[in-house]
Design a protein around this ligand. Structure first.
Ligand code: 9D3
Length: 256
């Protein structure tokens, strides 16, 4: 997959994608990143990329023409059809479903804003989709673009090694949170590893992990869970988790 990034700081996303799974995907040729800096397409002695907002107010607005030239250069670099995604606080929030959709495309142009934002006419003319990464204020779209690049890169066929376990991930399997993980040593001053994980009984271990995933999702992210759509086995596991959890709460009440 090819991702073109239009940004005043294209090196930033490059650096964000140099390590780990994403770095390896790039080394393996599964992902290529190309930066396009609107500054390089700005004209005049000052190479301006922004100006003051009509109507007044604080901050600056990115100019249409340098951005448009950079987007057109990015489009022209590869004939495959491309979608232009503008990372912006006004977009719907990025989800794993959207990540899967973007990851399946041959290429993508990511547009990053700085300052107060981009002239609305450029957005209307060139942008296919806006995406936010969450309800907090960043100082520009670059970190959000790096998030998109990371999330789509690891879904490229061959990007993950067996050890990276794409399908066991929360969200990717069935939208549940992950179960807890443990490694050596078995006994530690901070506590011991749950007995079941040492049992060698793989069916029991799978059941325990499923129960923990269900239980944690119920406790921490009930918004992700539709209990009515759980099958019988999952409902039974969640009931077991709940009764153990409630008993645990009882005990701590008793101690107090
Ligand atoms: C303080 C500035 N705000 C005035 C009400 C508006 C504003 C403009 C530009 C807020 C943030 C930004 C820059 N943010 C992004 O470019 C951005 C972003 C974000 O801030 N949060 C979550 N997702 C994203 S994607 C791009």
């Amino acid at each position: 997959m090819r991702v073109d990034i239009v940004s005043l700081f294209p090196e930033f996303i490059d650096q964000c994608s140099a390590f780990g799974v994403v770095g390896r995907a790039r080394e393996r040729g599964l992902l290529s990143l190309h930066g396009w800096n609107p500054r390089d397409y700005a004209t005049g002695n000052y190479r301006r990329v922004d100006d003051r907002p009509f109507g007044g107010g604080p901050g600056m607005v990115m100019l249409i023409d340098p951005l448009r030239a950079a987007i057109e250069a990015a489009r022209a670099a590869d004939p495959a059809e491309t979608k232009v995604v503008y990372l912006s606080p006004q977009g719907p929030r990025l989800t794993q479903a959207k990540v899967r959709e973007l990851a399946a495309r041959p290429r993508l142009v990511l547009l990053c804003g700085r300052y107060e934002g981009i002239d609305e006419r450029l957005i209307e003319a060139e942008v296919d989709e806006e995406l936010s990464i969450g309800d907090y204020v960043l100082s520009g779209g670059e970190l959000a673009a790096a998030v998109v690049v990371d999330a789509v890169a690891r879904l490229q066929e061959g990007a993950l090694n067996d050890a990276d376990s794409a399908t066991q991930d929360s969200f990717e399997a069935d939208g549940l949170l992950d179960c807890p993980h443990y490694t050596r040593p078995v006994e530690h001053a901070l506590g011991q590893v749950p007995e079941v994980l040492l049992s060698g009984n793989h069916a029991e271990i799978a059941r325990w992990r499923r129960m923990e995933s269900l239980g944690r999702t119920w406790l921490r992210r009930p918004d992700l869970m539709d209990e009515k759509s759980l099958n019988k086995a999952d409902r039974a596991l969640l009931d077991t988790f709940r009764s153990r959890y409630l008993r645990g709460l009882d005990e701590s009440d008793g101690d107090a």
